[in-house]
Structure formats: C-alpha cells, structure tokens
Design a protein around this ligand. Structure first.
Ligand SMILES: [Zn+2]
Length: 74
C-alpha cells in the first residue's frame, strides 16, 4: 500500500497520481506495489541448496529401488 509520511495515511494504489505522488500534498509516496513481484520472481529463481540435496537423495533412492526391482526379475 502506498504510504504518505506527511499525511500519515495509506493511499489506495489507484488513488495516487500517475507519478506516484500523494493526491493531497504531492509528496512521492512509497509504492511497494512493484516490489512484491520482483521479490517473488527472485525467490522463485533462487532455489535453496537443500532442495537439490533432497532431489538428489530422492533420485538416488529411486534409482536404487529401480535396480532392486530389476534384480528381482532375474
Ligand atoms: Zn500526502
């Protein structure tokens, strides 16, 4: 939510001017509206290392079970 310090109030993103200024006092207001998508995409792109450890462990386990399963056929 855009926040205006001088007016001490929140503004609806649709209420601020196109330049991102407070409609009452004209102060540029904080518009964190553009930040969440960036953070979201950054969070999506950066995968924690333990995710790959888990994927690798699961892959090794499934490969081992597949080898066992094939071994039972003969
Ligand atoms: Zn204001």
């Amino acid at each position: 939510m855009p926040w205006c310090e001088p007016c001490d109030r929140f503004w609806n993103p649709a209420s601020v001017t196109e330049a991102g200024e407070c409609p009452t006092c004209g102060t540029p207001v904080d518009t964190p509206v553009e930040i969440p998508p960036n953070m979201d995409s950054a969070a999506r792109q950066k995968v924690p290392w333990h995710f790959w450890v888990a994927i690798t462990a699961a892959g090794i386990y499934l490969a081992w079970r597949a080898i066992q399963g094939i071994g039972l056929l003969f």
